[in-house]
Ligand binder design. Structure first.
Ligand SMILES: Cc1cc2nc3c(=O)[nH]c(=O)nc-3n(C[C@H](O)[C@H](O)[C@H](O)COP(=O)(O)OP(=O)(O)OC[C@H]3O[C@@H](n4cnc5c(N)ncnc54)[C@H](O)[C@@H]3O)c2cc1C
Length: 385
């Protein structure tokens, strides 16, 4: 394994450490170190879902997170199991939704905040052919639960939709920014969160634990979203990153209470505000909103929204997207107490609770990971770099 993979993180095999060092380290640690089961790096949807699993299972943990990545903060937060381009089910969507719903309800009770808003999604039809394709899809087992067989006539004078809409049921929106803020507060109140950038040069990997500054943890889980690119351990994984931008508009005449999907989504926020998005860009990896994306969103929006509006906000973030469009979950090929939880792409709301449970069960009970998400599918890449 070439040294370049982990230039700052040293694995110390116990037999190579001289006894004096071992003794003095443990004496110092007895005074200054906190020993926990897990250190979690990153507090987006992935980190939160994993912490929840840890807490539910009685594991001790600490979290280190900064604000370098914004995906979970800016996300539209939609959960919708249907791919609206092709009218097919998203990967393992039903299974994920079944885990996600009780998960967010549990968080609402624990944090005493409103997170889940049930909202139907209306897919605007572009033609009679599209209506027919929708009806065929709505007949299929699995999809029949989500796709309504009624065509919804457009009665909103602010929308141009002569062929009407198909309705996706059992969909909604998680207020992800409220979740991140209130979960962060919860952790801080309990002394479990350090707001800082994980400094790889302050960490060491031992056979049976990881040390980071004053923390010793049996396992470390990196849930850093697109920040994985800066990890000397996991940057061999093919995480592409797709920039997404969203506008918030104020449109007092729009009067729409449902999510509308045309060439872009509009998502009602209340008080005449709507999210409009999102863009997909592969080159720019910054969190800076751009004029180009704004213009693209406005152009698409104006193809169906016919009332006046003003832009009141514009945000951007990087979706942690993977070459094969499956999450990145599992154990580092060499450092056995180091794990990754990442690659949720554009569906973090639904995937996070499912993938976290998979990872936890894998570490603690030895359950096999779903082979589609296991990072061992890229192990060859690690050794060939
Ligand atoms: C515009 C946009 C719209 C979206 N809309 C939806 C949607 O409607 N529905 C949906 O399901 N998904 C949506 N997504 C996708 C969703 O946001 C992601 O799948 C999800 O947020 C990824 O979560 P994560 O925790 O893996 O990563 P992140 O949210 O990026 O969180 C990673 C965390 O780790 C921290 N971190 C990174 N590196 C370090 C480090 N070295 N030290 C300390 N901390 C670090 C980051 O600052 C961040 O807090 C959208 C994404 C975008 C950009």
């Amino acid at each position: 394994m070439p040294f370049t993979h982990h230039p700052t993180f040293v694995t110390i095999s116990v037999i190579r450490v001289n006894p004096w060092t071992l003794y003095s380290t443990s004496t110092r640690d007895a005074y200054f170190c906190t020993m926990v089961d897990y250190l979690v790096v990153g507090l987006g949807l992935a980190g939160i879902s994993f912490c929840e699993k840890l807490e539910a299972e009685g594991k001790s943990f600490r979290v280190i997170s900064d604000n370098s990545q914004q995906a979970s903060l800016v996300a539209g937060g939609l959960y919708n199991p249907v791919i609206l381009k092709r009218f097919t089910m998203a990967w393992k969507a039903k299974e994920q939704l079944e885990k996600a719903m009780p998960f967010y309800q549990g968080l609402e009770r624990k944090l005493n905040v409103k997170l889940d808003e049930k909202i139907p999604v209306l897919r605007k039809f572009a033609s009679i052919e599209e209506q027919n394709t929708w009806f065929e899809a709505a007949d299929k087992p699995g999809l029949d639960y989500f796709l309504s067989t009624n065509i919804i006539k457009n009665e909103n004078p602010s929308i141009d939709a002569p062929f009407g809409f198909g309705e996706v049921k059992h969909t909604g929106r998680i207020h992800t920014n409220t979740l991140i803020a209130s979960y962060g507060e919860y952790l801080e109140q309990n002394g479990l969160l350090q707001k800082e950038t994980f400094d790889f040069s302050c960490s060491e990997a031992f056979n049976d634990h990881i040390s980071y500054k004053s923390i010793k943890a049996k396992q470390i889980v990196f849930a850093t979203g697109y920040g994985l690119k800066n990890s000397p351990f996991f940057n061999y994984l093919p995480l592409n990153g797709t920039k997404g931008e969203l506008l918030t508009i104020k449109a007092p005449d729009y009067k729409e209470t449902r999510v509308v999907k045309s060439s872009v989504f509009t998502i009602p926020l209340g008080d005449d505000l709507y999210l409009v998005g999102a863009t997909y860009k592969w080159k720019d990896k910054t969190n800076m909103p751009t004029e180009d994306a704004k213009n693209e969103l406005l152009e698409k929006l104006k193809t169906f929204l016919q009332c006046d509006f003003e832009i009141v906000n514009h945000v951007a973030g990087i979706r942690p997207t993977v070459v094969d469009r499956r999450p990145l979950v599992g154990q580092h090929p060499e450092h056995k107490n180091m794990y990754v939880l990442n690659g949720f792409g554009s569906r973090g709301v639904m995937i996070a609770p499912y993938a976290s449970e998979q990872l936890f069960d894998y570490i603690e009970t030895g359950n096999e990971l779903d082979s589609e998400i296991n990072i061992d599918r890229f192990t060859k890449k690690y050794y060939s770099n």
